[in-house]
Structures are given as C-alpha cells and as structure tokens.
Design a protein around this ligand. Structure first.
Ligand SMILES: *[C@@H]1O[C@H](CO)[C@@H](O)[C@H](O)[C@H]1NC(C)=O
Length: 297
C-alpha cells in the first residue's frame, strides 16, 4: 500500500522538462532511514528508463543499492566512528530526561554538533574539484534530494539545476515557510508546542513565541550549511533562498500526525512516513487475531 502511494506521484517527475524522454537524474540522498524510502523511488525511476546517478560519500552507513543505477562516491575526511559517535551522542541526549529549559538547551547543542558533523561530508564534496567537475559535465536534467542536511539543495543552486525535494519534513516548519505557505499562528500549531489547531488565547501566545524563536534556532542548526553556501554561491544566502526553489516537494506525510493547513500547489502529499516494502507479519503474530480456523482474513 505504502509503495503504491509512493509511486503514484512519479508521473509528476516525468513532467519536468527533459525527463519525459528518459532523463538524467542526479540523486543526493540522505543516510539512515531516509534512504529506505528513497531507494524504492530511485529504483522505480531507473526501471522506467531514466539514467540515474546516486551521489554518496565514500564513508557512510550501509545503504542498500542495486546495479540499476550508477553510484558516484566522493572523498570525505571523517571516519565511520566519528559519524557513529555523533549519532550516538545525539540520541543519548535526546533520550535523557532533564527539566525544561535544560532539556531544550542540551537538545539544541547536541543537534548543532550532529548537523555540523554530518554536514562535514558536504564540505568535503565541495572540496573535491574532481567530483564537482564530473557533476557539472554530466549534463543532468534535475536533482532529486532529501534536503534534511541541505547538501542537495546547495548543489542544485551551484549547478543551476531544477530540484525535487523528497522528504518527511524539516525542522522549524521550514518545509512550509520556505515555499511561503500561509501559517496563521492562531490555527497552525508549531512543532514542540504540543498544541492542537484549536488553541486558547494563551496557547496562541505560546505559539507566537515559538514561531519567533524558530528562525534563530534553524539558523544555528544550519549554520555550517549557510556558511558553505555563501562561500560556494558567493552571495549572502538564507535558508529560505536555499529551500524555496524546489520545483516539486514530495512530502512523505502521514495525516494521522498532521492538522489541516494551507499548502502550496507544488507540495505533493504521498502518505506513508516510510515507503519501504512492508514484510508480511510473522505467523506468530497473526494467529491470535484469527476468529476461527475457517475464517478467511
Ligand atoms: C560548468 O561548466 C561550464 C562549461 O564547461 C562552465 O561555464 C560553468 O561555469 C561550470 N559550472 C560550475 C558550477 O562549475
């Protein structure tokens, strides 16, 4: 089911200029669970005759890939242990129970550290002249990327290519604010406010305060990305500049977790937080729910 939902939007990709005859697509994925969803889409696009190139750092967590597309790696300076440690630290701090505001401050500090470690891989990409030359000379038609660590978005600007985002979302509501979706503070609850879309007066005030802090929060979180993109693009760059140029944003939202809200027409909701093919339940879990031996489920 999830897979079918996932692939339902693929015709949209085919509408991009140049892609309809079998185009050349550069994929800049994100590591970890994000790839589980994206690899299904990348596989389907290559099955449909598109020439797909996946760009990945030489040192990375295991990412299952197939022979159906080309994988281009670029050199990086961090070791696997450094990535593992940054992730372990990140998870440990997020799971530690501390009183407010200590928890928020520590979560912020560890997130900045975590983002900056993983963003180091993107800096290494932009130091690899050989990789950049190859990417520029390959004549891609478009970039498909999960923008969470921003590297694909910066690369799209650098190569002046149309970009398609494929994501579960971004911190600080950026996935809505960058394409300028209306976000009336009285009706759209901010992340971490734990309010619903029916707020009391004081909850609305709280919502407004959180939204004021959001921009600074994300400018800090993506500090390294902003610095690098200003260097690479040789102008001042904001997060909005980096994110508002997506031709299409494919959102892996599950409406169970969302409140209704206004969105932009290039945001396509495909459902399913994760598009990985589900495996059948092990027999042991299925047995108790069967009403009787004859009953067909
Ligand atoms: C890509 O190559 C073209 C021509 O070879 C050149 O004009 C352009 O500046 C290059 N772009 C980048 C981002 O390197």
């Amino acid at each position: 089911m999830a897979l079918r939902l996932c692939c339902a939007w693929i015709p949209i990709l085919l509408l991009l200029p140049g892609l309809s005859a079998g185009g050349k697509l550069l994929v800049v994925p994100m590591v970890g669970s994000h790839w589980l969803s994206m690899k299904e889409v990348v596989e389907e696009l290559s099955q449909r005759g598109h020439e797909v190139v996946v760009l990945a750092p030489e040192v990375r967590w295991q990412m299952e890939m197939t022979q159906n597309y080309k994988v281009v790696t670029h050199p990086v300076t961090q070791t696997l242990e450094e990535l593992d440690n940054a992730f372990r630290e990140f998870v440990t701090v997020l799971l530690t129970d501390k009183p407010f505001p200590l928890n928020a401050i520590q979560a912020y500090q560890v997130s900045v550290e975590f983002f900056s470690t993983f963003f180091g891989q993107c800096k290494d990409l932009f130091h690899s002249q050989e990789t950049l030359r190859f990417l520029n000379q390959s004549g891609f038609d478009a970039i498909l990327t999960d923008p969470f660590f921003m590297c694909g978005a910066i690369l799209a600007h650098h190569l002046s290519l149309p970009v398609v985002f494929f994501m579960r979302g971004l911190p600080c509501n950026l996935h809505f604010s960058a394409p300028q979706s209306p976000s009336p503070l009285s009706y759209i609850p901010r992340t971490f406010s734990f309010n619903s879309d029916h707020m009391t007066f004081f909850q609305r005030v709280e919502n407004a305060l959180i939204s004021l802090l959001e921009l600074d929060y994300c400018n800090g979180l993506y500090g390294e990305a902003l610095k690098l993109s200003s260097e690479v693009l040789q102008r001042d760059v904001s997060l909005t500049d980096l994110l508002n140029s997506a031709a299409v944003s494919i959102m892996r939202f599950d409406f169970v977790f969302e409140y209704p809200r206004p969105v932009m027409p290039n945001m396509v909701f495909i459902g399913g937080v994760n598009c990985a093919k589900e495996k059948p339940l092990p027999k042991a879990y299925e047995e108790p729910s069967k009403p009787d031996k004859q009953g067909k489920e």
